[in-house]
Design a protein around this ligand. Structure first.
Ligand code: F3S
Length: 427
């Protein structure tokens, strides 16, 4: 790779050992990808610290959190002192919600270590947003801004809806980008890699969040990791719909970018979305495809006895919490079931002020933050059958936790929590 003067200085160790290790890793990474140079980034979203049992144990054995950062962010067995981050950096979701640790089955000692980890990361200058939806709580990159973000649902959102530019980074590349402000210039950073490859023509109206989730789930299965361009959208979706659509497409396939013709910023027209590309495939999405997506999203659901309902994948917005509060008003979660709702911790504060948290708590449900069931592996003890209003969560809960999971609307999920039974169906 061709290095600029500041990059060369970091690689030679003139800005300290940690930056040297970071630049060394980024050069190896960039060369493996075929990148010719780096691009500056001032917006990194990643994971540091020790939020899993394995990492906590590693840190305890090897002398603390600098050791964890050295080994798992810098690929260095040698422990180096980690300086403050060089650019704006935000933390993604973690493994637990310290405020609900007992309910999540997390021992007190682990909570103490977790809190120490948070102090460490914040001390490095990282914004502890602790969410997979940082764009809902103040980290909203600008159009064309080069970023280095992890987390598939966040990556697809900022590439497609905001027109920012990121590849799906890993813990290592994101950690190194935090220290150097550099990321290889390849993939979605380049204009030519952001053009559409597949054309999806909508034959039906896609209206509510459930429908947008199903559409994303279907498209991801067909296009895998390519770039779909969707035409025929009758009404522009709002943030929660876009959030659910992208998360579903990124989990059934590996979609990191899409265009909605006439809606998303790099697709003012269908032609602009494809640029010089000819679609490699054109397909329609109608009633039959919607049904197929619904059946796939419900493939593991068998028993109607639901003992756990998970809402908030990706992390809920304030309006979504408000909707759940309205659905729960005057009702109670069934004694054989649990309802957990996940949101960024900042949004939880707003939900407290709005009174939503009280309604939710009065109904026996729990508003949580910082983590989620599938990726944090936090579910109520003994859960066998779950329900979720997110195609992503219904995809991952069975795969990661080995349980059944129903997929349906938010109202169906709340009903399942209140009655302990799944009565959902495709409307
Ligand atoms: Fe977020 Fe977990 Fe879903 S990290 S996108 S809530 S699987």
């Amino acid at each position: 790779m061709k290095l600029a003067a500041d990059e060369q200085a970091m690689l030679e160790g003139r800005q300290g050992k940690a930056k040297q290790k970071a630049m060394d890793l980024l050069v190896r990474y960039g060369e493996a990808l075929g990148a010719e140079r780096f691009v500056d980034t001032n917006n990194v979203c990643g994971t540091v610290g020790a939020s899993t049992p394995f990492l906590r144990e590693y840190g305890q054995k090897h002398g603390g959190l600098d050791a964890v950062f050295s080994e798992f962010n810098l690929d260095s067995a040698e422990v180096v002192e980690i300086p403050k981050v060089a650019v704006r950096s935000s933390h993604l979701q973690q493994g637990i919600d310290p405020e609900h640790a007992e309910r999540q089955g997390i021992p007190v000692e682990v909570v103490k270590l977790h809190r120490r980890g948070e102090v460490y990361s914040a001390g490095l200058g990282i914004e502890m947003l602790n969410t997979c939806a940082p764009y809902t709580v103040g980290n909203v990159p600008a159009m064309g801004e080069h970023c280095a973000w992890m987390e598939s649902s966040a990556v697809i959102y900022i590439n497609s809806v905001l027109g920012a530019r990121t590849n799906a980074e890993g813990r290592e590349s994101a950690g190194c980008a935090m220290l150097t402000g550099k990321i290889p210039y390849w993939g979605y950073h380049l204009d030519e890699n952001r053009l559409g490859t597949h054309h999806v023509e909508l034959d039906i109206a896609v209206e509510n969040i459930t429908d947008w989730g199903l559409l994303g789930y279907y498209i991801g299965e067909v296009v895998q990791d390519r770039i779909p361009v969707i035409s025929g959208v009758r009404q522009a979706p709002d943030l929660p719909k876009l959030k659910h659509f992208g998360a579903a497409a990124a989990s059934s396939g590996g979609v990191e970018m899409y265009h909605l013709a006439g809606i998303t910023p790099e697709a003012p027209t269908l032609e602009a979305a494809f640029g010089r590309n000819k679609p490699v495939m054109t397909f329609r999405y109608g009633k039959a495809e919607r049904r197929q997506a619904y059946e796939h999203a419900n493939i593991t659901g068998r028993s109607p006895n639901v003992d756990f309902v998970m809402l908030g994948c990706p992390h809920y917005t304030l309006d979504q919490i408000g909707e759940v509060a309205r659905l729960l008003e005057g009702r109670r979660v069934h004694e054989n079931s649990e309802l957990w709702i996940f949101t960024p911790r900042q949004t939880r504060l707003l939900a407290d002020q709005k009174g939503y948290s009280k309604v939710i708590a009065d109904a026996g449900a729990h508003l949580m933050s910082d983590t989620c069931s599938a990726l944090g592996r936090v579910i109520p003890k003994g859960t066998r059958v779950a329900a979720a209003d997110s195609a992503k969560q219904s995809h991952y809960l069975p795969a990661i936790m080995g349980i059944e999971c129903w997929f349906g609307s938010t109202a169906e999920c709340v009903d399942a929590a209140v009655t302990g039974r799944w009565n959902g169906g495709l409307q």
